[in-house]
Design a protein around this ligand. Structure first.
Ligand code: C5P
Length: 316
């Protein structure tokens, strides 16, 4: 009996880094990280449909507005260079699959926003393709394939709140039982991740960079749900570099502080700013306040930690 699906849909979350410590540039060009990844409710869907002619194709469309504001889908390549298509090809080669797939990416995660949207699409594509091709790969194998495609793909598969090390692909659990309310301030246009890392290297060229470490106080704060202490320890070594490239992000951080944010930080390589709210109502108020002040293109209230990539439908 053929148990593989004809069509399968997987959803994968956006992420922020509650803490992002960046070590010196490594010989392979990457940087060692000490980070706390945090998955958000907002996420992308990838619908995989078997292609018996062996082609791997991709289309990209905007998801329903509301959860992340308008998404610039024209900035996402709809060809074999798309990270989801590359993920499908990697799995196909790994599992020796002859069948192809059409991937329909439904994007809600802002593009080039420091929210790992490309990695989310790759993670969702791996799960959805695994389902339509019935490869029998487990999540650990998919994470290994995913790590070669992007540093954040293993986390997009895992979800939750976790410690990340290496270049971000090594994950360890963190106790963080309390739901957190966030506002994402979405900027006009993206920032290139390699450029932001390069800017950081330039800014630190004259200094000795120590190995990064997540502050134990932050881990305690997450464990006991001490919101103010979490807010105090939000930090990102890439933030000064993102601010140098996009000085207007300081206005977003200032406006967040003015609107009572418990803390605020540039997410990953930016330019999205994540602001921690006291509760759902405060998050909605803060989002409306940021939009009214016109310091960002859009502002969206969301929550974490969300689960990692998962199948949401399957039909044979
Ligand atoms: O792995 P990913 O494709 O997300 O990385 C994009 C770029 O970000 C890399 O080419 C590298 O310039 C930079 N990067 C880094 N160190 C990391 C992760 C990413 O320098 N740990």
């Amino acid at each position: 009996m053929d148990v593989s699906a004809q069509v399968a849909t997987a959803r994968a979350p956006a992420k922020i880094n509650i803490y992002l410590g960046v070590g010196p540039r490594r010989r392979d060009g990457f940087h060692d990280l000490a980070t706390v990844f945090h998955a958000l409710r907002v996420g992308d869907d990838v619908v995989a449909e078997r292609d018996d002619k062996g082609r791997v194709t991709v289309t990209v469309e905007a998801g329903e507005a509301g959860d992340s504001g308008a998404v610039d889908v024209d900035a996402v390549p709809a060809d074999e260079s798309n990270l989801a298509a590359r993920a499908a090809q990697s799995l196909r080669r790994y599992a020796g699959v002859e069948c192809g797939v059409h991937l329909r990416i439904v994007k809600r995660i802002p593009v080039a926003g420091g929210l790992a949207g490309g990695s989310a699409d790759a993670a969702a594509a791996l799960l959805a393709c695994d389902s339509v091709w019935d490869t029998g790969c487990g999540k650990a194998e998919l994470a290994t394939i995913g790590a070669r495609l992007g540093s954040d793909v293993p986390f997009a598969l895992h979800g939750g709140t976790v410690l990340g090390s290496g270049r971000g692909e090594r994950l360890a659990p963190v106790m963080a039982p309390v739901r957190l309310h966030w506002v994402l301030a979405i900027a006009e246009g993206g920032l290139s991740t390699p450029k932001v890392y390069g800017q950081l290297d330039t800014m630190r060229a004259a200094s000795m960079v120590p190995a990064p470490q997540v502050p134990p106080e932050l881990l305690t704060a997450l464990r006991v749900g001490d919101l103010d202490a979490v807010g105090d320890h939000l930090a990102n070594d890439l933030q000064p570099a993102a601010l140098r490239l996009r000085p207007a992000l300081q206005d977003v951080l200032d406006a967040g502080a003015d609107l009572g944010a418990v803390g605020g930080v540039v997410s990953g390589s930016g330019p999205t700013v994540a602001l921690l709210a006291r509760d759902e109502r405060h998050a909605d108020q803060m989002a409306a306040g940021l939009v009214a002040r016109q310091v960002c293109r859009d502002a969206v209230a969301t929550t974490g930690a969300a689960s990692g990539a998962r199948l949401i439908s399957r039909s044979t």
